[in-house]
Structures are given as structure tokens and as C-alpha cells.
Design a binder for this molecule. Structure first.
Ligand SMILES: Cc1cc2nc3c(=O)[nH]c(=O)nc-3n(C[C@H](O)[C@H](O)[C@H](O)COP(=O)(O)OP(=O)(O)OC[C@H]3O[C@@H](n4cnc5c(N)ncnc54)[C@H](O)[C@@H]3O)c2cc1C
Length: 83
């Protein structure tokens, strides 16, 4: 069996694993190996939606998290009182 050396081993090539790997390589100079028991990336979408490919940017999965909104409380409307 061939040995692989890496900085990060990510188990699971679903949206979460791919988003995490994407953020790692975008933010640093590291080696990442992504493994999955399925035959290709995509996670459960391969079963639920075999006719489409997962194409969400990693940011949509919260990896590149940013504060949503403008740190203020809504004063009117259905969200009054909430950030
Ligand atoms: C029916 C359905 C419809 C959805 N529709 C939408 C939508 O329209 N829009 C949206 O944004 N979200 C949608 N979601 C949610 C979104 O698809 C999921 O939140 C997301 O895909 C989950 O990704 P994940 O990587 O966490 O998990 P998974 O997709 O389950 O990926 C986990 C991966 O890890 C692998 N794995 C687990 N254990 C091991 C192991 N020990 N060794 C090797 N591999 C392993 C699995 O094989 C799998 O490929 C939907 C979810 C479902 C169930």
C-alpha cells in the first residue's frame, strides 16, 4: 500500500469536507488530502440528486464566515427587536 504524507486529512468529500478543504488551501500553504468512501465527491447528493453536481461556493456553507447584517437592531417590521 502506498503511503501519503499530508498536513490535513479530511474524511468526507461532501459539501462540508470540500468547503473545509477549499478554505484551508485558500488561506494557507498546506497539503490537504480529501478521502471518501463513495466513488466520487458530492456526499449524499450523489444519492439524493444523482442528476446534478454540488456547486455551492464554500462561503455558503459558513466556512468563510462573516457577520451577517450590520450589527444593528431592527426597529420596525416583523424582525423588530432582533439583530
Ligand atoms: C434531500 C436533501 C436535499 C437537500 N437540499 C439542499 C439544497 O437544495 N440546498 C442546500 O444548500 N442544501 C440542501 N441540503 C442540505 C445539504 O445538501 C447538506 O447539508 C450537505 O450536503 C451536507 O454535507 P456534508 O458534507 O455535511 O454531509 P454529506 O453530504 O453526507 O457528506 C459526508 C461524506 O462523508 C463520507 N464519509 C462519512 N464517513 C466516512 C468514513 N468513515 N470514511 C470515508 N468517508 C466517509 C460520506 O460518504 C459522504 O460522502 C439537502 C439535504 C438533503 C438530505
Amino acid at each position: 500500500m502506498r503511503e501519503i504524507e499530508t498536513d490535513y486529512l479530511v474524511v468526507g468529500a461532501g459539501a462540508t469536507g470540500m468547503a473545509f478543504a477549499d478554505a484551508l488551501v485558500a488561506a494557507s500553504d498546506v497539503d490537504v488530502v480529501l478521502v471518501d468512501r463513495r466513488h466520487r465527491p458530492g456526499g449524499h447528493w450523489l444519492d439524493a440528486y444523482p442528476f446534478v453536481r454540488l456547486h455551492q461556493p464554500s462561503a455558503y456553507y459558513g466556512v468563510n464566515s462573516r457577520v451577517l447584517g450590520q450589527n444593528r437592531v431592527d426597529e420596525s417590521g416583523p424582525n423588530a427587536g432582533f439583530y
